[in-house]
Design a protein around this ligand. Structure first.
Ligand code: AMP
Length: 467
C-alpha cells in the first residue's frame, strides 16, 4: 500500500515524500480514504501510530477547495495542551507546504495579538486549546458558524483535564452539517457518550498497536525502596546505554528536585511541568529536541503526546496514578519503528498503581532482572581472584573496560545477548553445546535466573528488590 493508493492529491504526495514517508501507517491507510469521503471518524489510537497525519493529510485536501472568511475558521482542531497544538501546527506546515492554506494557532500563554490578526484575515484551519478558544468566543472575536470540519484530538486527555463541558459548548456552536473526527487512546464511557452525541454514523478505526504491546518497546518494572529511586535512576542512566531519556514523575516538586539533583550529578537535564509558563516550556522542549540536553524530567500534563524523535528511554520515577498515563508515558519511546526501553520504578507506595496498570494493559510487566542489564557487572569473586594475583595492579572495573569506539559493536553484542535470552529448552541445549566451543560470555555461563531474581554480582544499591 502506498500513499498514492489513498487518493491524496499530487501536491500532498510530494510533501509526504519530502517528509520521507514511504508507506502509510495502519491508521493512515484506514482513515485517509474515509476522511476524503467526508465520513465522521472515531480513531482509537495513541500518538506514535501516525495518527496526526491520518487527519492532517486528508484535511489539507478537503480544505483545498473553498474560500476563507474573516473571523470564521473553516475547520477546527481541538488539542488538550499547548504543546500538542503546536505540534499539530508543525505537521500542518510540513504537509501543507504546497497548498495555499492559512492556519492559526490559538493557545494560552502566548500573546493574543498575532492570533487575532490571523483570525481577522481569515483562516482555513484553526488549531486551539479549548480554554483559549472559549475565551475568544465569549468575547465575540471568533465565529464558529462557518466551521465545517472538527477534530477532537486526545479526547481521553481532554476528559482528564476537565474540558468535556467546553467541548460540548463548542460543538453546539458549530454548524450541524459538518464532518467530525474524534481521536482517543482509550474510550471511557464519557467519551463514548460524547461521540454518540456529536458524531454521525462514524467509521470506527482501532489501531492494534497499543503502546503496552508495542514490540519496539521493552518495558520493565524495577522494585525499589522509595529512598533508593534516585540512585537506581542514576545507575540506569549511566549504564543502560541511554541516549535520550524522558523521566516522568507524578508531582511537579519531584520533577523540579530531580532535575536539580541530576544537574548536580553532572547530567545534562532539563525539566517541563505544568507550573512553567508557555515560553519556558517550549524553550525547554527545544533544548531537548536539539540535543542541548539529553534528559528531560517531566510531568504528565506537560509531556502528553509529545512527538520527539529518538527517545531511547522512558523512566517512570513514580508509577503513574492513572493507568492510561502509563501507556502514554512509555509511548514516548519506541516511536515510528525505533527501539526503546521503559523502566517503571515500583516502591511500596506504587504497588496499587502498578496493579492498575497491569490490569488495564492486560499484561504483566517483566521485572528488571540480571539478564536485562546491558553492561557487565563487576564480579566480586573475579575481583577477589584478581586481587590474589601478585602483579600489583589494581583490579579493573570490567564494565568500564569497553572502549568508546567499540560501543556500536558492544550494542550489537548486547542485542544478540538479549535476543538469546529465555531460550526454549531445545535451543538452550544447542546453545550450551555451542558455548563450549567458543569463548564464553559471562552471562551465558550462569545458571538461568528466574525473573526478578538476582543471584549474581551487582551494584550495592540494586540489592533491594533484586535479592
Ligand atoms: P503521531 O502518531 O502522529 O504522533 O506520529 C508519530 C511519528 O511518526 C511522527 O514523528 C511522524 O512524523 C511519524 N510518521 C507519521 N506517519 C508516518 C509514516 N507513514 N511513515 C513514517 N513515519 C511516520
Amino acid at each position: 500500500m502506498t500513499f498514492a493508493d489513498l487518493g491524496l492529491s499530487p501536491e500532498l504526495l510530494k510533501a509526504v515524500d519530502d517528509a520521507g514517508y514511504t508507506e502509510p501507517t495502519a491508521i493512515q491507510a484506514e482513515a485517509i480514504p474515509a476522511v476524503l469521503m467526508m465520513k465522521d471518524l472515531i480513531g482509537i489510537a495513541q500518538t506514535g501510530t501516525g495518527k496526526t497525519a491520518s487527519f492532517v493529510l486528508p484535511m489539507i485536501d478537503v480544505m483545498a477547495a473553498g474560500r476563507r472568511r474573516a473571523l470564521m475558521p473553516r475547520s477546527l482542531i481541538l488539542e488538550p495542551t499547548r504543546e500538542l497544538a503546536a505540534q499539530v501546527a508543525e505537521n500542518f506546515e510540513k504537509y501543507g507546504k504546497n497548498h495555499d492554506l492559512k492556519m492559526a494557532l490559538l493557545i494560552g500563554g502566548v500573546q493574543m495579538g498575532d492570533q487575532l490578526k490571523a483570525l481577522d484575515e481569515g483562516v482555513d484551519v484553526l488549531i486551539a486549546t479549548p480554554g483559549r478558544l472559549m475565551d475568544l468566543f465569549e468575547r465575540g472575536k471568533i465565529l464558529l458558524s462557518g466551521c465545517e470540519l472538527l477534530v477532537i484530538d486526545e479526547a481521553d486527555r481532554m476528559l482528564d483535564m476537565g474540558f468535556i463541558p467546553d467541548i460540548e459548548f463548542i460543538c453546539d456552536k458549530l454548524p450541524e452539517t459538518r464532518q467530525t473526527m474524534l481521536f482517543s487512546a482509550t474510550m471511557p464511557p464519557p467519551i463514548e457518550k460524547l461521540a454518540k452525541k456529536f458524531l454521525s454514523n462514524p467509521k470506527r478505526i482501532e489501531t492494534t498497536r497499543a503502546a503496552s504491546t508495542n514490540k519496539d518497546i521493552t518495558a520493565f518494572k524495577v522494585p525499589v525502596k522509595a529512598r533508593q529511586k534516585r540512585d537506581t535512576l542514576k545507575w540506569l542512566l549511566q549504564n543502560d546505554q541511554v541516549e535520550t531519556a524522558i523521566i516522568f514523575a507524578n508531582r511537579k516538586t519531584t520533577v523540579r528536585d530531580l532535575n536539580k539533583q541530576l544537574q548536580r550529578d553532572g547530567f545534562r537535564s532539563g525539566e517541563i511541568h505544568g507550573d512553567m509558563d508557555q515560553s519556558s516550556r517550549l524553550k525547554e522542549l527545544d533544548r531537548f529536541k536539539s540535543g542541548d540536553v539529553n534528559i528531560l524530567v517531566a510531568s504528565d500534563v506537560a509531556a502528553r503526546g509529545l512527538d520527539i524523535k529518538g527517545v531511547s528511554h522512558v523512566f517512570n520515577f513514580d508509577t503513574p496514578w492513572h493507568p492510561d498515563d502509563y501507556v502514554h508515558r512509555i509511548g514516548r519511546t519506541g516511536r515510528a519503528g525505533a527501539k526503546g526501553r521503559a523502566f517503571t520504578f515500583v516502591a511500596d507506595e506504587d504497588a496499587e498503581a502498578i496493579a492498575n496498570v497491569e490490569k488495564l494493559t492486560g499484561n504483566k510487566i517483566a521485572v528488571f532482572g540480571k539478564d536485562d542489564v546491558r553492561v557487565e557487572l563487576a564480579d566480586p569473586s573475579a575481583k577477589a581472584s584478581e586481587d590474589e594475583q601478585s602483579d600489583g595492579k589494581k583490579p579493573r572495573n570490567r564494565r568500564k573496560e569497553r572502549p568508546d569506539d567499540a560501543e556500536g559493536e558492544a550494542k550489537e553484542k548486547t542485542k544478540k545477548g538479549r535476543s538469546q535470552r529465555k531460550p526454549k529448552p531445545d535451543e538452550a541445549t544447542q546453545r550450551n553445546a555451542q558455548s563450549k566451543s567458543r569463548s564464553r560470555r559471562r552471562d551465558e555461563d550462569d545458571e538461568p535466573t528466574a525473573p526478578g531474581e538476582w543471584n549474581g554480582p551487582k551494584p550495592g544499591f540494586l540489592d533491594i528488590g533484586f535479592g
